[in-house]
Design a protein around this ligand. Structure first.
Ligand SMILES: NC(=O)c1ccc[n+]([C@@H]2O[C@H](COP(=O)([O-])OP(=O)(O)OC[C@H]3O[C@@H](n4cnc5c(N)ncnc54)[C@H](O)[C@@H]3O)[C@@H](O)[C@H]2O)c1
Ligand SMILES: [Zn+2]
Length: 407
């Protein structure tokens, strides 16, 4: 019988029957985010090459799910995807025709979409060598990706984001999620995708409102990480709003890159620490989304939340008031809202309900608050508390500003 000592030669600690055994391993995370124009035309080899990648036997089984909003806007998409797969039959096989499921926040407000994905994967006998291909907006990808992460404890997921926000943020990272009982993203898993294929051609049918909402996440990551990109956004805000495609492609590419650099080099890809630098402006944004009953799009709520936190950062001296004003004006020029009536909702005792978002954010972080603010513009600082009086003055400032603009 070998001696009962741990690797480090320790004896059993108090309360232990034997020395404990420690597991210490690294889980490598490696995936690529590609950018292309018209993914599903047969002459484009990108998807086929991703499906063929790796040593597993060919052809791979693939199950495809399409966001219902996207499918309605692009009725030809289903046929194009089928035709594409017929052309690369030696690499992959669609085991079912593409399955269309509800898109938008409704996809995350319940288990319906996730459950259908799970059941379809079971019916198709998808193995861990197969693929789930999810094509849609950020909410749809969050729900389908959640289900994919549960099939055989994680089947390979190829995301094809179809909104600006999904291409520049939501679809490129390692998270998915569902909302539960009014709490945004209460459920979810960390599950890196096999690959992300950002197809700019899919964006052509996006309504203006969704197009613009996605610009918010680019401002977010620029304000806290990249002053040069922020200056570029300010200079190109009008072009982005007018749907200048070249400007939009550049914005998506840089925003996705900054998000990925954070995941790859930030030291905490699965968010085990307290800080959430990519959640700048989000403590109030998530609350505003639920307070508005999801009338506010995620990107719009983030713009309003950032306006609030920019004013707050100016009030505490982290940035100059003119800098806060400059970013807020640029967001408006891009067509983003910087105020919403949900900000005015109060409890019977007169308490602004949006401020409950801070407590919910603290709970989400695990008990210790860390709010990311710009200091200076283009870089960040984490603070452990907010001064409510100053938050309320920042809200008043924005309210008066909004009233003056509509007068
Ligand atoms: N997982 C993450 O890391 C992460 C990060 C940021 C945001 N998110 C989540 O992303 C969601 C927001 O995503 P979103 O902004 O993409 O909105 P969305 O997914 O709600 O899509 C917006 C609308 O556009 C439709 N649509 C999608 N593609 C289309 C197209 N090409 N043409 C026409 N219509 C199309 C959808 O059906 C939907 O009705 C939120 O739930 C947010 O919490 C997740
Ligand atoms: Zn966001």
């Amino acid at each position: 019988m070998p001696e009962m000592k741990s690797k480090h030669g320790q004896e059993a600690a108090a309360g232990e029957a034997f020395p404990s055994i420690e597991v210490d391993t690294q889980v490598p995370v490696r995936y690529r985010v590609h950018f292309t124009d018209d993914l599903f035309v047969r002459s484009n080899p990108l998807l086929a090459s991703v499906l063929r990648d790796g040593p597993e036997p060919l052809p791979r089984k693939c199950l495809c799910f399409i966001d219902g909003g996207l499918a309605a806007a692009q009725p030809e998409l289903d046929g194009r995807i089928r035709y594409y797969f017929e052309g690369c039959a030696e690499s992959a096989r669609l085991v079912e025709p593409p399955i269309v499921l509800p898109g938008g926040e409704a996809a995350k407000n319940g288990f319906g979409v996730a459950q259908t994905v799970l059941e379809a994967a079971r019916a198709a006998r998808i193995s861990r060598h197969g693929f789930i291909l999810a094509v849609g907006g950020g909410a749809f990808l969050d729900a389908a990706g959640f289900a994919a992460s549960l099939v055989h404890r994680g089947v390979r997921l190829i995301r094809v984001p179809s909104t600006v926000l999904a291409q520049d943020d939501a679809g490129v990272g390692v998270k998915n999620g569902l909302n539960l009982n009014g709490a945004k993203n209460f459920i979810g898993t960390f599950a890196p995708p096999a690959a992300v294929l950002n197809d700019f051609y899919l964006l052509r049918t996006l309504p203006d409102r969704e197009w613009i909402a996605g610009i918010a996440e680019a401002f977010k990551v620029a304000v806290i990480k990249d002053r040069e990109f922020l200056d570029w956004l300010r200079a190109n805000a009008g072009a982005l709003r007018r749907r200048d495609m070249e400007a939009m492609k550049s914005m998506i590419r840089r925003s996705a890159e900054l998000h990925l650099l954070h995941i790859g080099q930030g030291g905490d890809p699965f968010e085990q620490g307290t800080a959430r630098p990519l959640d700048f402006g989000h403590w109030s944004a998530h609350k505003l989304e639920t307070l508005s009953d999801y009338e506010l799009r995620h990107g719009e709520a983030v713009a309003v939340g950032m306006a609030l936190d920019l004013c707050y950062a100016a009030a505490v001296g982290f940035i100059a008031p003119a800098e806060a004003g400059g970013v807020i004006c640029a967001m408006e020029e891009a067509g983003l809202p910087v105020w919403h009536k949900a900000m005015e909702l109060k409890s019977e005792a007169g308490w602004p309900l949006v401020l409950d978002g801070l407590e919910e954010f603290r709970e989400h972080l695990g008990g210790e608050l860390a709010v990311t603010l710009p200091k200076p513009l283009g870089a960040k600082i984490e603070v452990g508390a907010l001064d409510f009086a100053k938050v309320k003055s920042a809200m008043n400032l924005l309210r008066h500003r909004a009233a003056a603009r509509t007068a």
